[in-house]
Design a protein around this ligand. Sequence first.
Ligand code: ATR
Length: 271
Amino acid sequence: MDQYLVYGNPIEQSKSPTIHTSFANECKQSMVYNKKLAEVDNFKKEVMNFIEAGGKGANVTAPFKEQAMSMCDELSEHAKFSGAVNTLTFKNGKIYGDTTDGVGLVRDLLEHDVKLSGSKVLLLGAGGASKGVVLPLLDQNVKKLTIANRTVSKAQDIANQYPQKPISACSFEEANKQGFDIIINATSAGLSGNGLPISESIITPETICYDMTYGKAMTPFLKKATSLKAKQVIDGLGMLVGQAAESFYIWRGVKPSTSKVLKQLRNELAK
Ligand code: ATR
């Protein structure tokens, strides 16, 4: 049976085995998918051992996404731009790297009938989570993508990677003076109680608010959006399933449906 793993530290919380096992059952794929705790200075050795044992692919989560990238013989365009890899494929003696987070986000937005083409999108944050989603968002022909970050230079560095695209960087203060159709929170302030420095005026009944994190309780950003009667509020659970579906597609060449496992995870989260 084909073997897959997800590496992380910590890893206990990972829902990837549940998701991929569900996809494998649905798509009748002969494969097993487990989670594996790796130590920071032992990650590469772990991966090499897994390849030697016949492993077909792996997902990589924090803190190994950059290390994973440095191991790859070939990278997808998405991975090159994002500077991180979450999907490794072991084939023909080579390691192929991809990042599927951005495609997962786009898939989830489209599943929620969010129109990206022609929309003005505000992305909050300029860390790894943000970098990973910029190119897939631009690929949807958004009208403009604005990255706001506490440290503006980091947002500017990302925007500079795409000189031909409708992308710009600014402070939260500047973003607060503009209007957006969709606001996506990609900061790591997601689950902490700290409020993001966004003004109430940029969330209107026309605004769609998406938080890339999720939890049992609604995130502070989505709570705020709800109280301001945002048009739609969406958490990142669907993105998690969407990125897994894209990894599964890269490995197996089949597109699984996401709704069943998403419902299962949503129920488990509510317990
Ligand atoms: P990740 O990989 O989750 O994106 P990261 O690379 O450490 O994590 O990036 C964290 C992001 O959240 C950054 O954009 C950070 O802003 P800075 O670049 O200015 O540090 C942002 N962030 C974290 N806590 C924040 C807070 N309380 N308010 C606003 N932005 C915050």
